[in-house]
Design a protein around this ligand. Structure first.
Ligand code: FAD
Length: 517
């Protein structure tokens, strides 16, 4: 059993890993985290995916303990603006599709189109987002009590039997601070220093890392959380990096932190992704400010142009905000775990943050690390490491497909950037799936076949919302009695209206949680 773990890097990945390992192993495994005083963490990464609740649940931390401290809010969906054409909006909700007479309601929608909004006709969450509704009442109960079950024991991604209706937005820097305290209180040794060298043993594994001021740090297992630098796995261990850039050209971002008066503006419980000339802008409402940024392809826009576009988008509130320019490395390491070192976070891989998957990838990496933790027997450990690497690669490759779909299936082709999204090389396997989806919307058997966090309902929402893939209703639906589907559409409308009426607004909910009048 590896009894000492050394984590290099103190961004979101480093501290999520350190706190999770402590929650899992307590004092049975020692954890040291080395973090540079000079190299800042990336500072973005503020929207999450609905599986994040398993992370906090595993740590045994309640929302009221961490959310106010991290200026967190709820996220029920991603809201896409201008992706089909300027002025068009749709939501990709955290909500599974209802099934009527054996067919998903979104299939029935394609047949019947009660209105032009598949998202509002088929799901509750779109209406809640428009109304800025909180998913919780002021007494903390959820809008739908069926989701409250199963939280009494510690859960991981594989226990995700229901689609929990929300994720979080939070300030990544504040979350790292919260997790630092959590980890240190439970025994994580925190070293503030630069790692200046990674020293290998005669078998090519990592023997120790050398710090600038505090000497050598030895361990059984090393975790590379050094961000895009990937100092341990890609550099020291020379593991090749597989770029996804030929499929996903957005390689740059510029971000701003913008103070806004949330009492006046309200807090929509969604991350908004607004299509632009050379990429897209994200807008993430936290309790006291907006996190916003422009993700773009450097082949189509310069950093100055991108910053100008972003500042114009934000308006006067951006005047005093400092721009954070980031170069992104899109792709994954061939193997995430090499010898006695596993890369978690940006050091392992990244796809653009369009569906907020960065932290999900980290969470998956940590959970799999615990599940495949080495026991000290070489042959067994080799197999566990292979299992880990297979699973980690599937997650990244599945996410690549889902991201490519967003560009390929969007209705826009109004400049070179958008035209190129339709002709760019697509990953193996996706071309065939696209042909299938034109005839029959995605189901669990026709999407990327390995776990990558997304279910078929997400693919359906994206295809129906983006509008660029020519899809058609299933022929059989015209021959079936659709009365039950009509009733279900009516029920969705009634339930959505009732929720909008009775739920407090997000602002009210969080003002209450923060103890504001
Ligand atoms: P970093 O934050 O870069 O941390 C690296 C750490 O390594 C730092 O602590 C640094 O000090 C340390 N380090 C580096 N070199 C050394 C050294 N020599 N010695 C010691 N320490 C060292 N994810 C989401 O889930 N949702 C989002 O909305 C989202 N948006 C994003 C937007 C953009 C533009 C980008 C680029 C990423 C986004 N992500 C998002 C991804 C998310 O930001 C990252 O997954 C997350 O922040 C984890 O980063 P990290 O800890 O791997 O790396």
């Amino acid at each position: 059993m590896a009894s000492s773990v050394v984590i290099v890097g103190g961004g979101t990945a480093g501290w999520m890993t350190a706190s999770y390992l402590k929650a899992a192993f307590g004092d049975r495994v020692s954890v040291t985290l080395v973090e540079s005083k000079n190299v800042p963490a990336i500072g973005v990464g503020e929207a999450t995916f609905s599986t994040i609740r398993h992370f906090f649940n595993y740590l045994g931390v309640e929302e009221h303990e961490w959310m106010p401290e991290c200026h967190a809010t709820y996220k029920l969906a991603v809201r896409f603006e201008d992706w089909r054409e300027p002025g068009h909006t749709f939501y990709h909700p955290f909500e599974r599709t209802r099934v009527v007479d054996g067919f998903p309601l979104t299939d029935w929608w394609l047949q019947k189109k009660p209105t032009e909004r598949f998202d509002k006709d088929s799901f509750l969450i779109g209406s809640m987002c428009d109304a800025q509704s909180s998913p919780r009442y002021l007494d903390n109960s959820l809008f739908d009590s069926t989701f409250e079950r199963g939280e009494e024991y510690r859960t991981t991604l594989s226990e995700q039997n229901t689609q929990f209706p929300y994720a979080y937005h939070f300030d990544a820097t504040l979350l790292s601070k919260f997790l630092t305290r959590f980890g240190v209180e439970r025994g994580v040794r925190h070293v503030l220093d630069d790692v200046v060298d990674v020293v290998l043993d005669d078998r090519g594994a990592i023997d120790h890392v050398r710090t600038r001021e505090q000497g050598d740090i030895h361990g059984d297992l090393f975790v590379d959380c050094t961000g895009f630098r990937s100092m341990l796995v890609n550099k020291a261990l020379e593991e090749p990096f597989i770029s996804f850039q030929n499929h996903l050209p957005n390689d740059s971002a510029v971000a701003l932190r913008v103070p806004v008066d949330m009492a006046e503006r309200g807090i929509r419980p969604a991350t908004t992704a607004i299509a632009q000339e050379a990429g897209w802008i994200w807008s993430i409402p936290l309790f006291e400010r907006l996190g916003t940024g422009y993700v773009y392809a450097s082949e189509y826009a310069t950093p100055d142009e991108a910053e100008r576009t972003l500042r114009e988008f934000v308006g006067p509130a951006a005047e005093n905000a400092t721009a954070n320019h980031i170069r992104m490395r899109i792709g994954r390491s061939e193997r995430a775990w090499v010898k006695n070192c596993v890369a978690i976070g940006l050091s392992n891989g990244f796809v653009e943050p369009l569906e907020s998957t960065g932290i999900f990838i980290i969470q998956n990496g940590i959970e799999q690390l615990v599940k495949n933790f080495p026991g000290g027997h070489e042959a067994t450990d080799d197999q566990l490491r292979n299992t880990y690497n297979r699973q980690a690669a599937h997650v990244m490759d599945g996410l690549r497909e889902f991201m490519v779909l967003h560009w390929y299936a969007s209705g826009r082709a109004d400049n070179q950037y958008w035209k190129d999204t339709k002709t760019r090389e697509i990953p193996d396997g996706l071309a065939e799936r696209l042909e299938q989806w034109k005839v029959k919307l995605p189901d669990q058997d026709s999407i990327y076949p390995h776990y990558h966090g997304f279910e078929s309902y997400s693919y359906r929402a994206i295809i129906l919302g983006l509008g660029g893939l020519p899809v058609q209703p299933l022929p059989v639906l015209g021959k079936l009695d659709g009365t039950a589907a009509d009733r279900e559409f009516q029920l969705v409308a009634e339930q959505a209206a009732a929720l909008v009426e009775k739920m407090p607004s997000q602002y009210e909910y969080f003002a209450h949680l923060h103890g504001l009048p």
